[in-house]
Design a binder for this molecule. Structure first.
Ligand code: 1DF
Ligand code: MN
Length: 357
């Protein structure tokens, strides 16, 4: 199954069954060109976004974690496949790492998105049974993004779209972005709403405490983003739109009952002009339009809670390579006491269905 002989990865002892493929659906990749652009734009002072400066100021630095991360993230070939083999991962769905091109100025973001997609296709074509890809877009130009979604789907064979949360502090519930939803819905291709650092408007109390990253700030921004998409009525306009969200739903499943309760009060009292009646309860959209992945959360209590609340057929496996790269996590997740059918759905079947693999 592998041609990854060049590994320096120590395999963990795998004792789990293999009557299903393990498909990991939130796996980060970036072309070296993008990291070079990040570096030069940071040095030139052209990117002032404080979250970006915190995140990539760190990962482009010369610490050991940073250099091993950048070395792994640009590679989509033998070394990555060796890491997958060592952990028992059959397929990675690769996506442009956060914040992708969304932090760049519009005119450089658009060609960079296209180039990244063309480069990703080369890796997927080289290892078609090990890699799939998602289409990166520049929401800075919503019509261009919609067109790139169609190109990614029709010409490049990609299985969905990656959007790394806000774009220059703007969120997709703004109607100017809805051509993106229209394209994704009409192609029946899912949008993976992946985290990035909180927008400039809200990052200060996070970053001063060192909490702007994956520890909490990512989820705060992305959970808010998803909730805005729901309450703005996007799913009444696009009832067949599919959104995939990582980290077991960026906390929204835990809030689900209270969100319904408070949303109903806000609708009834007309307290906010932004909160209008919806066709369904917020929780209904969370159970109809949203799918959930286990990225960063190889933890049985949370996995079982979310599966209970949103439905077992909506939760699928992700590994978050190379950020949270731990081969043992896969074995631990595979050891949770679910039936063979449930495990097959979690690791393979749900991803096949949602991403049309
Ligand atoms: C980190 C984590 C960075 C995740 C990521 O992309 C990321 C991190 C920049 O730990 O800095 O995708 N994650 O999904 O948990
Ligand atoms: Mn991630």
């Amino acid at each position: 199954m592998t041609d990854g002989q060049t590994t320096s990865v120590t395999p963990v002892t795998l004792s789990f069954s293999t009557d299903y493929r393990r498909i990991a659906v939130e796996e980060a990749w970036a072309p070296k060109q993008l990291l070079d652009l990040y570096r030069s734009e940071l040095a030139a002072g052209n990117i002032t976004d404080p979250g970006f400066r915190s995140l990539w100021g760190y990962y482009l630095g010369d610490t050991e974690r940073a250099s091993s991360l950048t070395e792994r993230i640009v590679e989509a070939g033998p070394s990555r496949i060796a890491a997958m083999d060592a952990a028992g991962i059959d397929v990675q769905i690769l996506s442009l790492t956060a914040p992708g091109v969304q932090v760049l100025a519009k005119d450089i973001a658009k060609p960079m998105a296209e180039d990244a997609n063309d480069l990703l296709k080369q890796s997927v074509d080289a290892y078609p049974d090990r890699f799939s890809g998602l289409t990166a877009v520049a929401p800075q130009d919503p019509e261009h993004a919609a067109q790139e979604i169609r190109r990614g789907h029709d010409k490049l064979g990609f299985k969905g779209v990656i959007i790394n949360s806000h774009t220059h502090g703007e969120y997709l519930d703004d109607k100017k972005f809805w051509p993106i939803f229209e394209a994704a819905e009409s192609l029946d291709t899912p949008i993976y709403l992946h985290p990035t650092t909180p927008s400039a408007q809200m990052i200060q109390p996070y970053v001063e405490a060192g909490l702007d990253g994956a520890i909490f700030g990512f989820a705060a921004d992305t959970g808010l983003h998803l909730l805005r998409i729901i309450t703005s009525g996007v799913f009444d306009r696009f009832p067949n739109l599919k959104i995939v969200v990582g980290h077991l739903g960026e906390a929204l499943p835990y809030w689900l009952w209270r969100i319904d309760f408070m949303h109903a009060i806000a609708v009834r009292t007309q307290r906010y002009s932004a909160i209008k009646p919806l066709e369904l309860r917020p929780s209904d959209y969370l159970k109809r339009n949203i799918w959930y992945t286990s990225s960063g959360m190889p933890w049985a209590p949370a996995l079982n809670f979310v599966r209970d609340v949103v439905g077992k057929d909506r939760v699928m496996f992700a590994w978050d390579y190379p950020y949270q790269y731990d081969a043992q996590e896969v074995a631990d997740t595979d050891a949770i006491a679910w039936s063979p059918e449930e495990k097959k759905a979690f690791f393979e079947g749900t991803a096949e269905r949602v991403f049309h693999l």
